[in-house]
Design a protein around this ligand. Structure first.
Ligand code: AMP
Ligand code: MG
Length: 408
């Protein structure tokens, strides 16, 4: 199979991933981070009723529209309405009510005069300057939302603002897509778990944890399948186990051209259709993607810790977004930044370097992570928040020049 471009790989991946259709009911309490599976509407207008946006006095606009400091107008305060009170009285011409922020307007009041523009003495209030317009400082019933319209569309990720809206609409239960199940396995004879004692030649399986964090952050349920030795029979068994219980599998290692790299061959033996097996990017060249009959999508990621994560950020993220039912254009978040360092590449593959994106003098600026840019260097990948991209054919981006950046 030939090496394909990053752009083509993205297109192929998005084509082969199908959005999950199964839904489940969750309570409002448990809705954070879930994806709405049906549009939500409400039988309530919002605001629920006309209410005051200020502490002040409720008046009839006609009564006070011509007043000024030379012609102040004095009204009689007939009632006081604080937030939470249902006003019973109707305000007549020549009258006003004392009113506080959030309080419901009584009949007859159409405008609020802010406290600072008045002078109160006993049961009388003098208005010293006119409201700017009829309805000033009134939050009209239904002016933000009218009952029956669509409040939130299906496919929306529920974050802080959506939680506020759902609570306001009294949605105690809602339909969301079930979370995608993502199996994670690490392949390699050299690997041990973090709790084992390191023997010479061994490597601690960090990918399992990095990928688990990635899955959780992207709304999936991680299924940690642990470490698998580089033995075809054992790998085969584990992959069968993975594709039978997961919507998507992420494995690391075993996809290069070494003698112990069996994944591609095993995927094919198991009936997986190999869609990608080499991408013209650095790091991440060995990326292998296969699709199984049951719909399961298999990502065979490179073993090097940086390569594995860069592949996830560049490709698997988009696949998980689509799988999870999120409505989106499924495009990576690129921005243009000024490079604070000289960036270099061999120019043959699209090259991703890691570092920090910051706002400097009002401009987005990218600084390389200190230390070696080496796909085994998981140490300086920590606290990176962006990847700068050198396209094929570009061998240098000088300090002060612009660079395309993927935000993480
Ligand atoms: P491979 O792609 O299997 O040839 O692995 C490439 C490199 O990545 C080797 O140096 C491995 O030791 C390292 N590596 C593979 N799997 C892991 C893992 N799960 N955690 C950390 N490093 C790994
Ligand atoms: Mg290996």
């Amino acid at each position: 199979m030939t090496m394909i471009s990053v752009q083509d790989a993205q297109i192929i991946i998005l084509e082969l991933v199908e959005s999950l259709e199964e839904t489940e009911t969750v309570s409002l309490e448990d809705a954070t981070g879930r994806i709405l599976a049906q549009p939500v509407s409400s039988s309530l207008d919002f605001p629920y009723w006309d209410n005051s946006a200020m502490d002040g006095y409720g008046v009839r606009f006609e009564d006070v529209k011509n007043c000024s400091s030379d012609y102040p107008i004095t009204l009689e305060i007939v009632t006081e309405i604080s937030a939470g009170i249902n006003p019973k009285l109707s305000i007549q011409s020549g009258e006003a009510c004392r009113i506080f922020t959030g309080a419901m307007l009584p009949d007859g009041v159409d405008t609020i005069v802010m406290q600072e523009k008045t002078h109160q003495e006993g049961k009388k209030v003098t208005v010293l300057s006119p409201p700017n317009y009829l309805g000033e400082f009134v939050r009209k019933r239904g002016s933000f939302y009218q009952a029956g319209e669509i409040l939130l569309p299906s496919g929306l990720n529920i974050n802080e603002p959506e939680m506020a809206v759902l609570a306001t609409a009294q949605c105690s239960d809602l339909q969301v897509y079930r979370r995608p199940r993502i199996a994670i396995l690490s392949t390699g004879n050299e690997l041990i778990t973090p709790s084992q004692t390191l023997q010479p030649g061994q490597i601690i399986d960090s990918n399992q944890y990095a990928l688990k964090a990635f899955v959780v952050k992207n709304g999936g349920i991680p299924i940690s399948l642990g470490i698998v030795k580089d033995q075809p029979k054992i790998i085969k068994q584990k992959i069968i186990e993975a594709i039978n219980q997961a919507d998507c599998v992420l494995s690391t290692g075993g996809v290069s051209v070494g003698d112990y790299d069996y994944i591609v061959q095993i995927l094919a033996e198991l009936g997986g259709e190999i869609k990608i097996n080499r991408v013209a990017m650095k790091p991440g060249k060995p990326l292998t993607v296969a699709k199984f009959n049951n719909g399961c999508v298999y990502f065979g990621l490179p073993g090097n810790p940086v390569s594995a994560l860069v592949s996830c950020w560049r490709f698997v993220k988009l696949a998980l977004d689509k799988l999870s039912g999120l409505q989106s254009d499924y495009q990576p978040k690129f921005i243009t930044a000024i490079s604070q360092d000289n960036l270099s590449s061999q120019g043959q593959r699209e090259t991703y370097v890691w570092g920090q994106l910051k706002l400097m003098n009002g401009q987005s600026s990218f600084s390389l992570a200190q230390g070696q840019q080496n796909s085994a260097n998981l140490i300086n990948l920590a606290s990176s928040n962006a990847l700068a991209i050198l396209p094929i054919g570009t061998t240098k981006i000088h300090q002060g020049e612009t660079v395309k950046v993927l935000m993480l």
